[in-house]
Structure formats: structure tokens, C-alpha cells
Design a protein around this ligand. Structure first.
Ligand code: IPE
Ligand code: IPE
Ligand code: MG
Ligand code: MG
Ligand code: MG
Length: 297
């Protein structure tokens, strides 16, 4: 499964293989069920299997490689990260949030299934994420508690939920950097941080190693959201696969596309600097950072 080297081509191949691997495992977790829930399940699967980039599970597996963690020990965690992320997208598109009409190249979940079902699909996915980690026989009880506790804190009020709240309620045309910083770090970077640091928990990383990964993830996550804001302004819906000009707080709108471009480079640079302590083993993480810098969707 692991790509043999660290070139961009290898990472692209690894990315593709990992995406397929994650899709297969997600399908196993989502299979079967009560017939009365068919439409709810269909709605969950509709967004879950409509072609996300699976970046968070990929990052989780790349951290796993640093610590030689057998892949089977990261399967539930990687799938949980993707479930949390997909739940956040379904929620984010709801009419009272960003009112997104297109997601992952198709009509948004609520456009097809209605707001009531979409809200339940989002909460159902979010909850399933914790369930699959807690029920994973490959992880010790101690690891499960630490992983789930981390996930809950980055998703909750002081994490993604808080970031989304500040985005909705405090965003305006011209914004203080400190507020945008809060939004980007909480609504987006926090789940990147969780993807790396929870894998680090499974791999018994030292504090220094965990701090390095946290810094990488924070910086990549920040760059990722600024680029997302840039794409919201100058991307193409066909390429992006989601509605444009729907986002609330937008760095490129507040500070201009030039400054945004500069910061994407700057934060990516900082991210790559942070993982120098893994020299010799960090090629794929470097390639991931550079690949995210060039993404068009
Ligand atoms: C989009 O995330 C939402 C943000 C945090 C900006 P992705 O760009 O990773 O979305 P998918 O999973 O590929 O659809
Ligand atoms: C949302 O940010 C981040 C989430 C937690 C979902 P955006 O509102 O910019 O995400 P997109 O552009 O709709 O994917
Ligand atoms: Mg956006
Ligand atoms: Mg949005
Ligand atoms: Mg939003």
C-alpha cells in the first residue's frame, strides 16, 4: 500500500491508493442497517461517497508511516476524521449557514434530501466517528480515550463549532486579522491538527514530535483555508465542485488576493520548516504540503 518513495508522483499515487482504501473501509462502516433508515443512510452516503479529496485521512496515514504504525491501527481513526469532515460540509451548506447549493460536484445534501434529513445526516456522521474509534479492537482503551478526547475538543465549542460560529456571526467585508485568524484556525486548521496529533498518540510520539506535527498541521491548515478563500473568489465552479462566493469571512476579500497568495506560501513554508526533525522520513509530508499549495479544488 505505501508508495515506494517520496517524489510528487509517488505521493499522487499514494494519495489515490489511500483514497480508494479509505472509501472501501468507509463503505464497510456504513453498510447494512435498519430499513426504516434507508433514506437517512442514502443521504449520508450521497455526500460521503461523492469524491472528497480525503486529505485528513491521508495526513493521518502519513503520520502513521513516520512511526511505523500498522495501517490497521489507523483505519477507524482515518475514517472517523473523514466522517467528521463530511459532517461539517453537510452542515456548512445548510441554508442558514453558507447556503451552498453544490458540494463535491453535485447538488448539496439538503438540496436533494431536505434540511431536516441533512441536519440528521450531519449529526449522525459526527457521532458515528466517535463510535467507530471507541469500538475499534485494534486500539487499547487508553489510546481510545486519548484519541476521542482530542477529537471532541477540536470539533466542539472551542474547535470547529466555535470557528464556524465566529465565521457566521462576526464576518464582514473588512475584518480584523485576529478574528480571521481565530476563524481559520478553529474551523479548519483544528481538524488538520487532530488528524496529525491523534495519529501521533497511536504512534507513541514524543512531545517534541507531537509539537512538530501540530505546528505543521496548524500552518498547513491555515494555508489551506486561505487558499480555499482564494478559490472562492477566483476558482471555477466546474473545477471546484462547490458553490462559489458563498463563504462568510474570506481572507482574500478582506486583505486582497496578493496578500492571500503570499500568506499561503508563507504558512506552507513554515509548515515544512516545522517537520525538519523528521528529516529523511518526511518526504511525503513535504510533498503533501506542496501539493495542497497547488490545488485547484
Ligand atoms: C473543504 O475541505 C472545506 C474546508 C475546510 C475549506 P476540502 O477541500 O478538503 O473538501 P473535500 O473533502 O475535498 O470535498
Ligand atoms: C468551512 O469553510 C469549513 C468547515 C468547517 C466546513 P468554508 O465555508 O469556506 O468551506 P467551503 O468553501 O464551503 O467548502
Ligand atoms: Mg470556502
Ligand atoms: Mg462554505
Ligand atoms: Mg462556511
Amino acid at each position: 500500500m505505501a508508495a515506494s518513495g517520496g517524489s510528487m508522483e509517488d505521493v499522487v499515487k499514494y494519495f489515490q491508493q489511500t483514497r480508494e482504501f479509505v472509501d472501501d473501509r468507509l463503505r464497510e462502516y456504513m453498510g447494512g442497517g435498519e430499513p426504516l433508515l434507508d433514506i437517512l443512510q442514502e443521504s449520508i452516503n450521497y455526500t460521503l461517497f461523492s469524491g472528497g479529496k480525503r486529505i485528513r485521512p491521508l495526513f493521518c496515514f502519513l503520520v502513521g508511516e513516520l512511526f511505523d504504525i500498522p495501517r490497521r491501527k489507523l483505519v477507524s481513526l482515518a475514517c472517523a476524521l473523514e466522517m467528521i469532515h463530511t459532517a461539517s460540509l453537510i452542515m456548512d451548506d445548510l441554508p442558514h449557514m453558507d447556503d451552498g447549493q453544490i458540494r463535491r460536484g453535485k447538488p448539496a445534501n439538503h438540496v436533494i434530501y431536505g434540511q431536516d434529513v441533512a441536519a440528521l445526516a450531519s449529526i449522525g456522521l459526527l457521532t458515528k466517528a466517535y463510535e467507530i474509534v471507541l469500538e475499534d479492537p485494534a486500539l487499547s482503551d487508553d489510546k481510545k480515550v486519548r484519541v476521542v478526547s482530542k477529537l471532541a475538543s477540536v470539533v466542539g465549542i472551542n474547535g470547529m463549532v466555535g470557528g464556524q460560529f465566529v465565521d457566521l456571526k462576526y464576518s464582514k467585508e473588512s475584518m480584523d486579522f485576529s478574528i480571521l485568524d481565530y476563524i481559520h484556525l478553529h474551523k479548519t486548521a483544528s481538524l488538520f491538527v487532530a488528524s496529525g496529533t491523534t495519529a501521533a498518540i497511536v504512534g507513541d510520539a514524543t512531545k517534541e514530535q507531537t509539537d512538530a506535527l501540530e505546528s505543521y498541521a496548524n500552518n498547513v491548515g491555515f494555508a489551506f483555508q486561505i487558499l480555499d478563500d482564494l478559490l472562492d473568489v477566483r476558482g471555477k465552479v466546474g473545477e471546484l465542485g462547490k458553490s462559489m462566493k458563498q463563504d462568510k469571512g474570506n481572507f482574500a476579500k478582506s486583505y486582497g488576493v496578493e496578500r492571500a497568495d503570499q500568506l499561503v506560501e508563507e504558512y506552507t513554508g513554515r509548515a515544512l520548516e516545522s517537520i525538519r526533525i523528521f528529516d529523511g522520513r518526511n518526504n511525503k509530508l513535504i510533498a503533501l504540503g506542496l501539493m495542497l499549495l497547488k490545488r485547484k479544488s
